[in-house]
Design a protein around this ligand. Structure first.
Ligand SMILES: Cc1cc2nc3c(=O)[nH]c(=O)nc-3n(C[C@H](O)[C@H](O)[C@H](O)COP(=O)(O)OP(=O)(O)OC[C@H]3O[C@@H](n4cnc5c(N)ncnc54)[C@H](O)[C@@H]3O)c2cc1C
Length: 382
């Protein structure tokens, strides 16, 4: 896709967000209601295939354009970015590590949004420490039997399939060598969606607990047809997830700034609009600078990813900085709005509740700092 059509699609998403998302997001969010109509438009825009190669019917967009689209969606409502994120991570894993048969079977339907994916790594006892997952996949004839539980899985109810990490060799040393990835379609046999989890923010979108109760899948579901490669297969995909989450941070930080800039011009205290008080100007100046720095880091990581470079450090920095920017800007916007910022009649409280997911999901910000430091040392060996 050329630069003009990349621009066109970002403009189309921006128009959709202004027209259909911003006016309705708060009401849906407060009811914790899945945004079916918005997701249908996202599908019409082709975004379920945003980064899926054109040969499989996707838009084949650059990751930079993808980041800009996620920023626009999150400016309207962060949950919408979650509908796409793990779907496209799963597509990435299949595109880069799947067999030809898996690519041809899954990707065209995923690009059309007919098959909708998610990513099932986290378990009740293990998030950051993926290697300690306990879900097993035991080979029986030409099938695998999956047993275990997954926790906090986005798109688990409304999606139709999942990339599931499971241990094909629970005794492997090192542990990651025993982890495999399975592309699992949901059916009436399972996996069982045990419950939807109530959350502080990031509402509307489904985040669920899942049970694999001796769930049998064909051996064709093993990604790439090889056991023990699951962790390597997912690592690049998680970099894409970090770019997505960084872009969400930019979107939330931007929305908070825009609301604050507008409100500070109409709210008056002591005879003048509050934007004329220096204390407010200092906040706005910091918020705008933070936003711009977050955006630049995010675009830089996306461009490195587009060039196919190793970019765990760049994606980690973008994810860390942009998500902390979302936290800080949403809090500063609340201070600027005073009591109205705390009221559910304004968008600020939603931004303030949405932002914390970003510092936890796709690798916590503590883990990002560790990844950055390790890469720093790796790239500067003495
Ligand atoms: C709304 C929501 C949606 C999610 N969606 C998905 C999904 O679709 N699929 C999926 O697989 N998962 C999903 N997750 C799970 C998410 O990826 C994990 O929550 C995240 O990886 C952190 O794991 P944890 O919560 O188990 O925290 P833990 O790993 O238990 O960490 C607890 C704390 O210890 C810190 N910590 C851990 N290890 C270290 C260390 N070595 N050094 C320093 N500090 C450390 C962490 O930073 C954190 O502060 C979702 C979570 C949420 C809240």
């Amino acid at each position: 896709m050329d630069e003009v059509s990349d621009r066109d699609i970002v403009a189309a998403v921006r128009a959709f967000v202004e027209r259909d998302v911003i006016p309705h997001a708060s009401a849906l969010e407060h009811r914790d209601e899945y945004p079916h109509a918005m997701v249908a438009t996202i599908r019409e825009l082709g975004l379920f295939g945003a980064t899926i190669p054109t040969e499989f019917g996707g838009l084949g967009l650059s990751y930079l354009t993808y980041a800009r689209i996620m920023e626009e969606l999150s400016r309207g409502w962060m949950s919408l970015a979650g509908v796409i994120n793990s779907h496209l991570i799963m597509a990435y894993v299949i595109a880069h590590h799947g067999t030809d048969a898996q690519r041809n079977y899954f990707l065209p339907a995923m690009a059309r949004g007919e098959k909708r994916g998610g990513l099932a790594l986290t378990e009740p006892h293990a998030g950051s420490d993926v290697q300690s997952i306990r879900t097993t996949a035991t080979r029986r004839g030409d099938e695998y039997v999956l047993s275990g539980a997954k926790m906090f899985i986005t798109n688990a109810r409304n999606g139709t399939m999942l990339a599931v990490a499971a241990k094909t060799n629970p005794r492997a040393e090192p542990a990651y060598a025993g982890i495999s990835m399975f592309a699992v379609e949901k059916s009436e046999r399972g996996p069982t969606v045990s419950r939807n989890l109530d959350k502080l923010g990031y509402k509307g979108i489904d985040t669920c607990e899942l049970a694999f109760d001796d769930y049998k899948v064909s051996m064709d579901c093993l990604v790439g047809g090889v056991e023990g490669r699951g962790l390597q297969q997912i690592l690049n995909g998680l970099e894409l997830g970090r770019i997505n989450v960084a872009a969400r941070g930019v979107g939330v930080a931007d929305a908070a700034l825009k609301e604050a800039v507008a409100y500070s011009q109409v709210r008056k205290t002591f005879g003048k609009p509050i934007c004329e008080h220096q204390a407010i100007q200092l906040k706005l100046g910091d918020m705008a600078t933070r936003l711009e720095a977050a955006r630049l880091l995010t675009y830089r990581a996306a461009e490195a990813y587009d060039r196919g470079e190793r970019c765990d450090m760049e994606a980690g920095m973008a994810k860390l900085f942009a998500t902390e920017a979302a936290m800080e800007n949403s809090l500063e916007a609340m201070r600027i709005h005073g009591a109205y910022g705390y009221s559910t009649e304004f968008n600020i409280e939603r931004l303030y509740r949405d932002a914390p997911l970003l510092i936890i999901g796709e690798g916590t910000n503590e883990m990002q700092r560790i990844i950055i430091a390790k890469q720093l040392i790796e790239r500067n060996r003495v």
